[in-house]
Design a binder for this molecule. Structure first.
Ligand code: XLS
Ligand code: NI
Ligand code: NI
Length: 433
């Protein structure tokens, strides 16, 4: 035991507590036929909680954690603290990048040795423990070797290094029985078109992804491969702009049945969408996988990764997730970090507890919307005309512009506009949040 969280006792569900406790997140409560824990499938993000130093563009580290540094002893101390927090929170999952958990070595081989040693250290801790791995991923954006991209780097040696890195991270995810493997292309994009061959970069990224899928099947990894779209930051423009763009890319490389989406609230906002839009799009395309739960500052235009605390927004998000059939291998990863002034260990716990409660309220609101059925019913009624055989036939190919022109000529009145009733629907949502 470390003494990092000293004085903090395991968090319990206690709705009447005036102290630190879950007031809405009750893992065992059954909602829509499933335990709340199984609906939400919370995961702690190793990078934000244990590796982020609290810097911003004008100032460095504020957190000064005792495990900061580049040695194996410190990496083990970090793991000890992380698993203590998982236990305190009783959280079912966690997620990592290779670079969050191991010190960088002087060569690929040394970094890999460090990584594998920590993976085994995790394995021993996970043996018989509650917390499992939701996903692993490779950090191919922080080190200077990746400054011009990983799979889209103009230098084939960096492409090869990236392939070796994904192989190692996929092996480790498989070894720890991870449920998914994530690819987020932080620098898969460009800073200026003046030095960029976009056609080649897209092709290279497509081939890279195909190799990742081939490798997954080769080693028998049963989890899902997930891509996390984001339009920009750190690159000026990122190829995985949003769900719809990624889908087009997957189609072009024959991967649309192999890869699903990990959708992040803040990234949706950066792309000029709402979180619900991205979730709904993934549902429509049949590629919904998992979520990175956070909240952007709506004024400042960065990926600020606040903890999600806005219940009405979360209710609409979980409504989309439930409409997509809920999570299978995916879950709710707290891809969120403390504000840099939130220095105390208790802040780390409070952030997760507060957000878990907000998410539980959002989920419960979404369940009520589903069970009430009026929202869904309204949309079904709105499109009911397409169920009539003569209209269904149009979409099956049994019609043409000429046939439809003939039909319209034969009508003796124009189609009458029908109210979309937006204010009624918005008021309906407010009954449940
Ligand atoms: C950054 C991303 C990153 C991914 C994993 O904006 O959200 O944290 O989730 O590489
Ligand atoms: Ni993310
Ligand atoms: Ni992000």
């Amino acid at each position: 035991m470390t003494d990092f969280f000293k004085g903090i006792t395991p968090l319990r569900y206690d709705p009447s507590s005036t102290d630190l406790a879950f007031r809405h997140y009750n893992p065992d409560e059954i909602v829509m036929g499933k335990r709340m824990e199984e609906h939400l499938r919370f995961a702690v993000a190793y990078w934000h909680s244990f590796a982020w130093p609290g810097g911003d563009p004008f100032g460095g580290e504020t957190f000064e954690r005792p495990w900061f540094g580049n040695t194996m002893d410190l990496a083990r101390m970090k793991a000890d603290v992380a698993f203590e927090m998982f236990d305190l929170l009783n959280v079912p999952f966690f997620c990592w990048h290779d670079a969050d958990i191991r010190p960088e070595g002087d060569s690929f081989a040394e970094s890999l040795r460090n990584f594998e040693e920590i993976i085994d250290y995790f394995g021993a801790k996970m043996d018989g423990a509650k917390t499992k791995l939701l996903w692993g991923t490779a950090n191919m954006f922080s080190h200077r070797r990746f400054m011009s991209g990983a799979a889209t780097n103009p230098d084939p040696d960096v492409f090869a290094w990236s392939a070796a890195t994904v192989k190692a991270c996929m092996d480790a995810t498989h070894k720890l029985d991870g449920q998914n493997y994530v690819l987020w292309g932080g620098r898969e994009g460009y800073e200026t078109l003046l030095n960029t061959d976009m056609k080649r970069e897209r092709q290279n990224a497509g081939r890279f992804l195909q190799m990742a899928v081939e490798y997954k099947h080769k080693i028998g990894f049963k989890g899902a491969i997930l891509i996390e779209p984001k339009p920009q930051e750190p690159s000026k423009h990122q190829y995985d702009f949003d769900v719809a763009t990624v889908y087009g890319f997957l189609k072009a490389y024959g991967l649309e049945n192999e890869i699903k989406m990990n959708i992040e609230q803040g990234h949706a906002i950066l792309a000029g969408h709402s979180f619900e839009h991205e979730l709904h799009m993934a549902r429509a395309l049949g590629i919904f996988g998992s979520v990175d739960m956070n909240r952007n500052d709506y004024q400042c235009g960065w990926d600020t990764d606040h903890f999600g605390m806005n219940v009405p927004e979360l209710a609409l998000a979980y409504y989309e997730i439930l409409m997509a059939g809920g999570f299978t291998t995916g879950g709710t990863n707290f891809d969120a970090k403390l504000r840099r002034q939130s220095l105390d260990p208790v802040d780390l716990i409070q952030a997760h507890v507060g957000s878990a409660d907000a998410l539980a309220r959002g989920l419960k609101g979404a369940v009520e919307m589903m069970e009430d059925g009026r929202l869904k019913g309204f949309v079904e009624d709105r499109y009911a005309g397409w169920k009539k055989p003569e209209n269904a036939e149009i979409l099956k190919g049994g019609s043409s512009l000429e046939a439809l022109a003939e039909r319209v000529h034969g009508e003796d009145s124009d189609p009458q506009p029908v109210s979309g009733r937006q204010e009624y629907l918005e008021s309906l949502v407010n009954l449940f949040v």
